[in-house]
Design a protein around this ligand. Structure first.
Ligand SMILES: C[S@@+](CC[C@H](N)C(=O)[O-])C[C@H]1O[C@@H](n2cnc3c(N)ncnc32)[C@H](O)[C@@H]1O
Length: 233
């Protein structure tokens, strides 16, 4: 699939994205997201600039705001996504947030200006992933961090992981396709997980581009990985 086709697929499901997401994940992703943000708070200053890449409909930004308030943080948060449809929904939900229409490989930010980047369920869609990681490195301040939440491949899947994969490959495309009226988009999810990296391979890509992995955690029987990488070079 070409990068433009992936983006137009997100355009086509943008209006139903939030509904389908909550139904398919049963809302468990909220726990993973909050846990990830809390971990990053331990690594960045109280006053910080946050960039949410592949922000989609703004779920992660809403949580940065909520958690920032709860933990007394003074955060300046921006979102970025190449899909106009997803951005339109995000801007309606979060009218006071600044959103940019851009790719992860070409960030509209000054070098060394950002304290933390988050990319939740987004990096799998970026075809030029190494170029994106180089961009993350460019815009982050020294010791800045990247939070990645993503579906990853498992080298030796357990029986439970196989059950979760059965849900993702067989049931999810049917339910997602029915709710969004776009079956193809929800078939893309399991296929893209199958073609993505293992947590070890993903970590190696970050290390190659000047990051140190400071935290790695798996959820949902190793289907989802939280990786936190700190810029060291
Ligand atoms: C599964 S959604 C995740 C949205 C949001 N981060 C969330 O957690 O719900 C993936 C998003 O990645 C975006 N995307 C696809 N290709 C991208 C790229 N090359 N650079 C940045 N974002 C991209 C899509 O437009 C889509 O909004």
């Amino acid at each position: 699939m070409r990068q433009e086709d992936i983006v137009s697929m997100f355009d086509s499901i943008s209006k139903k994205y939030d509904l389908v997401n909550r139904v398919l994940t049963f809302g468990v992703d909220l726990k993973w997201r909050k846990n990830a943000i809390k971990k990053v708070f331990g690594l960045i200053p109280k006053e910080a600039k946050i960039l949410d890449v592949a922000c989609g409909t703004g779920d992660m930004i809403a949580l940065w705001k909520e958690m920032g308030k709860k933990y007394g943080r003074n955060l300046q948060i921006c979102g970025l996504d190449p899909s106009s449809g997803m951005l339109e929904v995000a801007q309606k939900k979060l009218p006071d947030v600044k959103f940019y229409k851009a790719y992860a490989t070409d960030l509209p930010c000054k070098s060394e200006s950002i304290d933390a980047i988050s990319i939740a369920f987004g990096i799998r869609n970026v075809l030029e992933i190494e170029k994106a990681i180089e961009e993350f490195n460019r815009v982050l301040k020294s010791n800045g961090v990247v939070l990645v939440l993503e579906f990853t491949k498992d080298e030796k899947p357990s029986k439970l992981r196989k059950c979760v994969d059965f849900y993702s490959t067989k049931l999810l495309p049917k339910i997602g396709g029915f709710l969004s009226k776009n079956k193809k988009a929800y078939e893309y999810l399991p296929n893209s997980i199958e073609n993505f990296y293992t947590p070890r391979e993903l970590s190696a890509l970050f290390e190659k581009k000047g990051f140190k992995i400071v935290h790695i955690e798996n959820f949902n029987f190793n289907q989802v990985t939280l990786l936190i990488a700190k810029k060291i070079i």
